[in-house]
Design a binder for this molecule. Structure first.
Ligand SMILES: [Zn+2]
Length: 253
């Protein structure tokens, strides 16, 4: 009797595990989730794209001064090469300060115009850089320009990364003045949504020196907690956390 049950169970398990011919099943399993909003109530995730760049210490300092954390979506080779000594130091600093580091892909290309292999290459190079520089494999990526298609989502899913967009834009990369960016933060704080996922760029002087502190004060006055993206989603920031490595001649852009 027992052996019959075991045998039946075994067959059932084998049947359940049989390979499915439906590609759709594999695709569904692999496709990355897109996050355009935080989910933990009363949180704001301030995110900063396009670095590492010169203003990162100032941005981090202004966040920490107010008890806030931010999230940095790094390129590998956009404004600057990620492997310069200055940029390695910047990334190690913000990671050590408790901010989240994530991928903005390698060269800020339009991913929707690339092949499957090229998309993987754009993603892989930043993963490798973050593994080398701080020892982590990111769990989130933001596609340049916020542009993605099903192929980008599938590639991101295969690589274990959620795709992050935003529901608030400071407008810095679109040339919005510092005064108008501050007003945008005032306006969104006054409408008081449950959460805010804010797009900023660490490459603008105005963001670092004329908007950020005011925005933090405005948001905190409304009772928001300013946390990392991972915290605002209630998810792990990294797929793996290990040891950073020593720079060698292979660290090139
Ligand atoms: Zn960007």
């Amino acid at each position: 009797m027992i052996s019959w049950i075991v045998l039946s169970l075994g067959l059932a398990l084998i049947a359940g595990a049989s390979p499915t011919p439906a590609n759709a099943t594999l695709e569904t399993r692999a496709r990355a989730q897109v996050y355009s909003k935080c989910t933990v109530p009363n949180t704001v995730a301030l995110t900063f794209d396009d670095g590492p760049y010169d203003y990162i210490y100032d941005i981090s300092g202004k966040l920490l001064e107010k008890g806030a954390k931010g999230t940095f979506f790094f390129n590998g080779n956009n404004y600057q090469c990620i492997y310069s000594d200055a940029n390695i130091a910047r990334i190690q600093y913000v990671y050590g300060a408790g901010h989240q580091v994530a991928s903005h892909t390698w060269a800020h290309k339009h991913l929707t115009q690339l092949s499957w292999d090229q998309v993987h290459d754009e993603m892989y190079r930043v993963e490798l850089a973050l593994q080398r520089i701080v020892g982590v494999t990111p769990a989130f990526m933001r596609p340049p320009y916020g542009e993605y298609n099903d192929m980008v989502l599938d590639a991101s899913g295969v690589r274990g990364q959620g795709v992050v967009i935003w529901d608030f834009d400071s407008g810095d990369s679109a040339g919005v003045s510092a005064a108008d960016s501050r007003q945008r933060y005032n306006d969104v704080a006054n409408t008081h949504p449950s959460t805010i996922l804010a797009l900023n760029h660490e490459t603008y002087y105005s963001t670092a020196f004329q908007v950020l502190t005011n925005a933090i004060d405005t948001l905190q006055a409304k009772g928001y907690r300013l946390v990392t993206l991972a915290e605002c989603l209630g998810k792990p920031a990294y797929q793996n956390v290990g040891q950073r490595q020593q720079k060698d001649a292979s660290w090139t852009c």
